[in-house]
Ligand binder design. Structure first.
Ligand code: SF4
Ligand code: SF4
Length: 207
């Protein structure tokens, strides 16, 4: 029947309007900003950078590989790689971002940066209340504003964060086992064998 959908919609609106006087469940709006609807786990808005431990700088998982910067469709990520290295989440020496900026006014919340990151270093935040009267610097998020602890990640996306933690723990255990096996093999090798294994100078002995 023509207009059936409109009539159904109006009936639902009327049900919610009248029902809201007697049932809280029928109250489909809240008095924002005093009241806020709790965010669901799958909610996403803009990206943030995850760090482990208490120190945002030392614990930042990002290794400045710049994959997210290259893949971001509107090119709103800017990264400058460090000159030196620091241990990453699994203890391997890696570069880190000396500069990591995201222009939130350009970001389209596509989550591609999260999907391409091989280090689980960038995730989607649920924060949406970001008003500012400075449309340039106010929406250009620098590393210190983007960095948030792993505990926060667990708070907003618990299922996902638990899976990431388990994968990182397995990777760390594998790296530790490899390092231990290498150290044991080195300790078990006799010094003579080590010396014999040294490369000889090109052209043999000098006259
Ligand atoms: S969510 Fe999309 S647009 Fe925003 S920074 Fe990531 S890749 Fe770029
Ligand atoms: S957030 Fe991930 S993909 Fe982007 S630079 Fe850092 S490690 Fe690489």
């Amino acid at each position: 029947m023509v207009g059936e959908g409109i009539l159904k919609g109006l009936a639902e609106t009327a049900r919610n309007f009248l029902g809201s006087y007697v049932s809280k469940e029928r109250l489909t709006t809240v008095q924002y900003p005093e009241e806020r609807v709790p965010q669901i786990e799958a909610a996403r808005n803009f990206p943030f950078l995850v760090y482990d431990g208490q120190d945002a700088e030392k614990g930042l998982r990002c290794v400045a590989c710049q994959i997210c910067e290259k893949e971001c469709p509107p090119k709103c990520i800017l990264i400058e790689k460090s000159k030196d290295k620091k241990p990453d989440a699994v203890g391997k020496q890696q570069f880190y971002p000396a500069v990591f900026d995201i222009d939130i006014s350009v970001c389209m919340s596509c989550q591609i940066c999260v999907e391409v990151c091989p280090f689980d270093a960038i995730k989607m935040d649920v924060e949406y209340d970001l008003p500012t009267d400075d449309r340039f610097e106010g929406l250009l998020f620098h590393k210190d504003r983007l960095a948030k602890p792993n505990e926060y990640y667990h708070q907003i996306h618990p299922t996902e964060a638990n899976a990431v933690d388990s994968a990182l723990a397995a990777e760390r255990a594998k790296a530790d086992a490899k390092a231990k096996a290498a150290a044991e093999a080195k300790a078990a090798t006799p010094p003579a064998a080590t010396a014999a294994a040294q490369p000889q100078p090109v052209g043999g002995e000098s006259r």
